[in-house]
Write a protein of this length. Sequence first.
Length: 500
Amino acid sequence: MDSTRHYTSVLIAGGGPAGLVLAEELARRRVDFRIIDSGTGPFPGSRGKGLQPRTLEIFDDLGIIDSVQAAGAPLPPMVAWEEGRIIKEWDVIARGEPTGSTPYAEPLMLPQSRTQELLRERLLHLGHGVEFGSRLAGFSQDEAGVRAQVVRADGGTQEITADYLVGADGGGSTVRRILGVRFDREEVDTRPLLVADADIPALDREHWHTWGNSAGIMTAICPVARTDYFQVIARFAEGTPDPAPERVRELVAARTGLQVRKVLWSSVFRARAALAEHFRVGRVFLAGDSAHVHSPAGGQGINASIQDAYNLGWKLALAATSQAAPSLLDSYEAERRPAAAEVLGVSTRIHQGSVQIRQLAANRDRTTHHLALGYRGIPPNTEMRPALAEEALHAGDRAPDAPCTDLSGAPVRLFDLFRGPHFTLLSFGSPPTPPVGAWDPAVVRVVRVGHDISDTAGFASRAYAPHGLFLVRPDGYISMATETPGDVTSHLRSLGMQAG
């Protein structure tokens, strides 16, 4: 074992989407951490390829939205083939235009490997990288911290002491297993699926192509954005498909008549759903696939994982640096476990056909976009205004965007003001100036809409009606809504945050 003692504030096990987003949240708050991954290098396959609008809002806050949009593409229309010709075409999602409250109207196609690459590039810009070839072998914890044993690629071992450990190490999570957290798996579909990335030169890239038969044995081939290859998903009635490249070529030829030039990556799985009984045990947290596993239907899994990390990151940073009470961390499981359960239900129903893709497109389901998911009634989110209508904006809801202008007349949006690791206090209408002058603007930024900035055509006022004070958390949800200025300071202090 490495004789040198190693300490870090937060140890992250897993360099996938959840681990990377959490690392960026800690890095931009200057929290000491390490992120390890047992793989020898970056994951190569497309796998989760759909980014929902709420995830795009998160990437906007993290500063990578321009790169993500440049690398991605809209979801193409879906077509069905029969006897060598297209017999019908339809949209798999609701098409829409950005609105004042929602700047990203529909999902974006981007292979998971490219999403992770962009997140790693941003993390490197912030001065950190993933330690590939480092496997978490074990850990123990007590009131003082976590002691983890890590095995390196060269066979050497290292002991790392951390204040907190986050398991973002996938469906087969070592962290979850050592914790002994219950993780009952449910078979969503007993029929196996083969997924592969393949070069298929004769197929057009403007459509998502499907083939089927009377037994419901489906094959779908979707272009992977900004590449020359396609993702192949093939269902089987039974057995265990062979993912070898030659077998993939034979499969595609037999079912579609198309020739595969090259297979880049392939895997076999069965659609399962699972939800961890707990997302936190003491100083150890579970995030992403280590906490919940989804059917691939509906493009929900990677997005729920990113939401976990975005929720946990600011809370963990404040607790780790003693800027907030450790009790704030209790809200991670309280908020994210019910949200993950709701998303699991959606993806399972889509897979099993009780929610049809066309129905989702017609209804433009905001749950699948993760825009309607929120944390109403879950502490510390506090709604102080009486007798609100159900459709009104409440504490715990996502804080919508809105167009405004600053004092110079230049256009600005509320999301521009939210961007960064701070809380934002929006003051609308007649409430007196809130007593937050003692708070560092890097912690709480005060915006008096219609005073410091102008509310363009009253849009922000309508979005946040009825008027009042809205304290927006660093992850873009409303932490408190009130009409009494003193409530704001009391709420911040209830989180363990003190004025400077």
